[in-house]
Design a protein around this ligand. Structure first.
Ligand code: 5GP
Ligand code: MN
Ligand code: MN
Length: 475
C-alpha cells in the first residue's frame, strides 16, 4: 500500500528499511504511475535492498515493471570493498540491450516521398525476427576479437567509421572483457547472429522530431524540429542470453557458499571480489562488446539502405547507450568518492554536464538519454543532469515500460489490425511476426509522456525532444 511510502517530493517515494533491507528503496514516479505500477515492483525493489554491499538505496525508475529478480527499471550500486555483489539477474538476460540514434540529414518531407520504398528496403536488408541470421560468420578467433573489440572491432572490419566510436559509451569498446569466460555454447549461438535485430521488443525505427523542449541541448545534439532520425534498439542476441542463463545457475549455487541470504533465488549473485563474480564481469563485458558490435553492423546496413533509397542522406551517429549493464563507476556518496558497481537493468545511464565519460563535443551539455516509447506513440531524447548523480547514480528510465504482459497483449490485439490501424495514421510497420506485433501493440505500454515527464520532474534527466514513428521494422 503506497500509504506506507514516505513521499519526499511529488516524484520521489521512499520505503523505509524493514526486515532484511540494508538501505531504503526509492521509487521515482508521479502518484498515478506509482499507483498503476505492478505491485511486484515494490517487493522486488525492497528485495534488492537486502543484498550485501548495496550503497545508499535500491532504486526504481518511473517505467519500472516486474522483472526477473530485479525489477526492469531497477538501479542498484554495490561497493566491492564492503562485500558488494554482482548479479546476473540485476543486469538482465539481454546484456547491453540498448538504443542507438542516427541523424539522417533529412526532413520529414524527404522521407515521406519514399516512405514505402524505404520501409520495404529496410525490411529486406535488416535481418529481423526469432532465429534470424546475418551475412557474417565468425570463426573462433574472429569471435574472440569481436568480444574484446566491440564496435571498434566492427569498424575495423569495415562497418562504419572511426568517427562513430566518439559517440558510443566506452568509446565503442568495453574494457575488461574476457572472451575466455564466455562458454563455447554462448559463442556458438552467436556465430551467425551478428548484424541481426532479434525479435519482439527490438526495433529499427525511422522517426521525425516533432517537438524540441530544450533548444540548447537539441542544438548540441544536432537535432531540430522536422528532422528525421533512425533509432536502433537491440542487444547481444543469443550470446548475452546464454551468458545470463549460465551464470545465473552458477550464482544460485554459489550464494549459499558465500553465505549470502537470498529473499528470492532470482536475485542470485556473487561477491564482486570472487572468482565467480570476476568471471561473470568478464563475460558480461564481452557481451557488452557483442551488443556494441551488433548495433554498429546494423548501422552500416541502415546507411547502405539509405544510400540506395535517398542518396543525399548522411547518417552520422548521435549516440549509443545501453540499458542492461553493470558498470564500475566513480560516484560521490556522503562527500566521499567511491568506486561502485552500478547495475542498471532496463535503466539508462544519464551522466550530467561535465562528466569525463561523455564525448568532448557533448560534454558541456550532458549525455544523451535515448528512450523508446512504442511503435504507435512516440519516443524521447533526454539529457543527463547534475542532480541525477545524487538521485540515482546518474540513471534514468529506458522506455515507457510495459503496462500489460505479452500474453495479455496477444489476447487483446491482432497483429494485422495493429498494422492496419497504424498504416491509416501514416506509420508503416514491417515485421515477420503478427504475434510479435500484437504483443508489442502501443496499448501494451505505459504512457511514455507521463513516464518521461516524471523522470524530468524528478530531476533524473531533462526532456530535449519528442520523436514520432514513420517506419518501424519490428523483430
Ligand atoms: P525493453 O528494453 O525493456 O524491451 O524495451 C525498452 C522500451 O522500448 C519499452 O519500455 C518500450 O517503451 C519501448 N518500445 C518497445 N517497442 C517499441 C517500438 O516498436 N518502438 C518504439 N519507439 N519504442 C518501443
Ligand atoms: Mn533487448
Ligand atoms: Mn532493451
Amino acid at each position: 500500500d503506497i500509504a506506507l511510502f514516505a513521499r519526499h517530493t511529488d516524484y520521489e517515494w521512499e520505503i523505509a528499511p524493514h526486515g532484511a533491507m540494508r538501505v531504503p528503496a526509492v521509487i521515482y514516479a508521479d502518484e498515478a504511475l506509482i499507483r498503476a505500477m505492478d505491485h511486484k515492483v515494490y517487493e522486488q525493489v525492497c528485495n534488492v535492498a537486502t543484498l550485501p554491499g548495496i550503497v545508499k538505496a535500491s532504486y526504481a525508475m518511473p517505467d519500472a515493471h516486474w522483472g526477473y529478480g530485479f525489477p526492469i527499471g531497477g538501479v542498484a550500486a554495490f561497493d566491492p570493498d564492503d562485500g558488494g555483489v554482482v548479479s546476473a539477474g540485476g543486469v538482465g538476460f539481454d546484456i547491453s540491450c540498448g538504443v542507438r540514434c542516427l541523424h539522417t540529414g533529412l526532413n520529414t518531407e524527404d522521407v515521406m516521398a519514399v516512405q514505402k520504398m524505404l520501409a520495404d528496403t529496410l525490411y529486406r536488408e535488416i535481418p529481423a525476427g526469432l532465429g534470424s541470421t546475418g551475412a557474417i560468420r565468425l570463426n573462433q578467433s574472429e569471435m574472440d576479437a569481436m568480444l574484446a573489440g566491440g564496435a571498434a572491432w566492427a569498424v575495423k572490419q569495415g562497418h562504419g567509421s572511426a568517427a562513430d566510436l566518439d559517440h558510443i559509451e566506452e568509446h565503442g569498446q568495453m574494457r575488461g572483457a574476457r572472451p575466455d569466460c564466455v562458454s563455447e555454447h554462448a559463442k556458438k549461438r552467436q556465430r551467425d547472429e551478428m548484424g541481426t535485430l532479434g525479435s519482439g521488443n527490438h526495433y529499427l525505427e525511422v522517426q521525425k522530431v516533432v517537438r524540441v523542449f530544450d533548444t540548447r541541448a537539441a542544438e548540441a545534439f544536432g537535432i531540430r524540429e522536422n528532422d528525421v532520425v533512425v533509432s536502433i534498439h537491440c542487444g547481444s542476441r543469443g550470446l548475452g542470453h546464454q551468458i545470463g542463463t549460465e551464470f545465473l545457475k552458477e550464482m544460485v549455487t554459489a550464494a549459499s557458499h558465500y553465505g549470502i541470504m537470498l529473499p528470492d533465488r532470482e536475485l542470485a549473485c556473487a561477491p564482486i571480489n570472487s572468482p565467480l563474480g570476476e568471471n561473470y564481469l568478464g563475460a558480461m563485458r564481452a557481451a557488452i562488446n557483442c551488443a556494441l558490435a551488433n548495433r554498429q553492423i546494423l548501422t552500416h546496413l541502415v546507411r547502405e539502405v539509405f544510400s540506395q533509397v535517398i542518396p543525399k542522406a548522411r547518417l552520422p551517429l548521435l549516440y549509443d547507450v545501453s540499458h542492461n549493464t553493470c558498470k564500475a563507476e566513480e560516484h560521490v556518496v556522503d562527500g566521499k568518492r567511491r568506486k561502485l558497481y552500478v547495475h542498471r537493468k532496463g535503466a539508462t545511464r544519464a551522466f550530467g554536464p561535465g562528466h569525463p565519460d561523455i564525448p568532448d563535443i557533448l560534454r558541456a551539455v550532458g549525455q544523451p538519454v535515448l528512450i523508446g516509447g512504442s511503435m504507435g506513440t512516440g519516443s524521447y531524447i533526454l539529457v543527463g543532469t547534475k542532480q541525477g548523480e545524487a538521485l540515482s547514480f546518474s540513471s534514468a528510465c529506458h522506455g515507457a515500460g510495459r503496462a500489460m504482459s505479452r500474453h495479455q497483449a496477444y489476447k487483446t490485439w491482432k497483429g494485422r489490425q495493429v498494422i492496419d490501424e497504424l498504416a491509416a495514421r501514416g506509420i508503416l510497420i514491417r515485421s515477420p511476426s503478427g504475434r510479435g506485433v500484437a504483443e508489442e501493440a502501443p496499448g501494451a505500454y505505459k504512457d511514455v509522456s507521463a513516464v518521461v515527464d516524471a523522470a524530468d520532474a524528478a530531476g533524473l534527466a531533462r526532456k530535449v525532444a519528442r520523436l514520432e514513428p514513420l517506419v518501424c521494422i519490428k523483430g
